[in-house]
Write a protein that binds this ligand. Structure first.
Ligand code: F6P
Length: 356
């Protein structure tokens, strides 16, 4: 019997359970195997916390949000560091992989997880990764599971904001997740008809944002909606060193970008402003049908790779086809929004250094 370990790591998102089920069901169908669920992310591998799962464990989880295995963040930077607990994390993971008698390990996660998966590959483990994140920023794949569900949720927030913005003649700022990548804000902003979209990849010019709102309101519009990534930066901030910016944020009364923007807009135009931050709602709840299918397909593809002993790779979607990309190519790279990705909405990216 082949022993297949599965671990979910990093921030959760809708579709993790669908992917776990996809790997398990397809593997049961193809090879004589046993599925070992590693608990609470890489922590479980470090501390040998696992459970042997049975086919019944995968029943009814397709539509369930979160992850039945639990998850945690184990930053790549710290993996090789021996901390106060004196634990050699990498050594433990390699030893526990042996102890659990695993033939391979399937990691479900985002960028940090891909870096950790690549590290384990370098340590000689048989690893296969699946791309999960609401940020959609994993290099080499057109889409990650979780993204579509988050776009649905964020779009609904913007849709609902319209009526209240209209009733009160307000400028409403909706702050969406994404520290480095603006895919979620861009897509939800376009789908929800936001008037201004600000993303981390394109530092904004506050004067352009204000001028565009002024123009809109002078032309008779009573309300405006801004979709803002949590990681959006002004041009001035984008020119600062990371440490400098961190210090500045610590001193700020409003460290959240949308509150700062709301104040600036109110002071410049006298318009009433409000901020909505849906936060972790964007990661919660049942996956969209699209994500259920995507996660199932990716999981089943991983099972085919397990059957073919095709390790050291992550499953990617390239031009609608599934593909296995070497982990060493993916680890440490981000897929960010570029000018070419803005085709649909250049007019909406206001305050940007290009596109408006
Ligand atoms: O990486 C996914 C993500 O949802 C980011 O968009 C967000 O900034 C971050 O995780 C939030 O992380 P946490 O759940 O640790 O607060």
């Amino acid at each position: 019997k082949q022993r297949i370990g599965i671990v979910t790591s990093g921030g959760d998102c809708p579709g993790l359970n669908a992917a776990i089920r996809g790997v398990a069901r397809a593997s049961y169908g193809m090879i004589d195997c046993e599925i070992i669920g590693i608990k609470d992310g890489f922590k479980g591998l470090i501390h040998c916390n696992y459970q042997v799962l049975t086919p019944r464990d995968f029943s009814g989880i397709l539509v369930r949000g979160g992850t039945i295995l639990g998850t945690s963040r184990t930053p790549f930077k710290k993996m090789r560091k021996i901390e106060e607990d004196n634990i050699d994390k990498v050594k433990n993971m390699v030893n526990n992989y042996e102890k659990m008698k695993l033939d391979c390990l399937v990691t479900l996660g985002g960028n940090g997880t891909h870096k950790n998966a690549n590290l384990l590959r370098e340590e000689g483990l048989n690893v296969i990764a699946l791309p999960k994140t609401i940020d959609n920023d994993i290099w080499g794949t057109d889409i990650t599971f979780g993204f579509h569900s988050a776009v649905d949720i964020a779009t609904e927030v913007i849709d609902r904001i319209h009526t209240t913005a209209d009733s009160h003649d307000r400028v409403m700022l909706v702050e969406l997740m994404g520290h480095k990548a603006g895919w979620l804000t861009l897509h939800a902003g376009v789908a929800g008809g936001a008037d201004v979209i600000l993303i981390p990849e394109i530092p904004y010019d506050i004067n352009k944002v204000i001028a565009s709102l002024d123009k809109r309101h002078s032309s008779g519009k009573d309300f405006s909606i801004l979709a803002v990534s949590e990681g959006a930066l002004s041009i001035e901030e984008s020119n600062m060193k990371k440490k400098e910016l961190k210090k500045l944020r610590e001193k700020m009364k409003y460290p959240s970008v949308s509150y700062r923007l709301a104040k600036q807009i109110n002071e410049a135009l006298g318009l009433e402003t409000r901020v909505t931050i849906p936060g972790h709602q964007q990661r919660g709840g049942s996956p969209s049908p699209y994500d259920r299918i995507l996660a199932t397909k990716l999981g089943a593809y991983a099972a085919e790779m397990i059957a073919g002993k095709d390790y050291g790779k992550t499953v990617s979607v390239v031009n609608n086809k599934l593909w296995a990309t070497p982990l060493k190519q993916v680890a440490g790279k981000l897929k960010l929004v570029e000018k070419d990705n803005l085709l649909i909405s250049t007019g909406k990216l206001v305050g940007a250094s290009f596109g408006d």
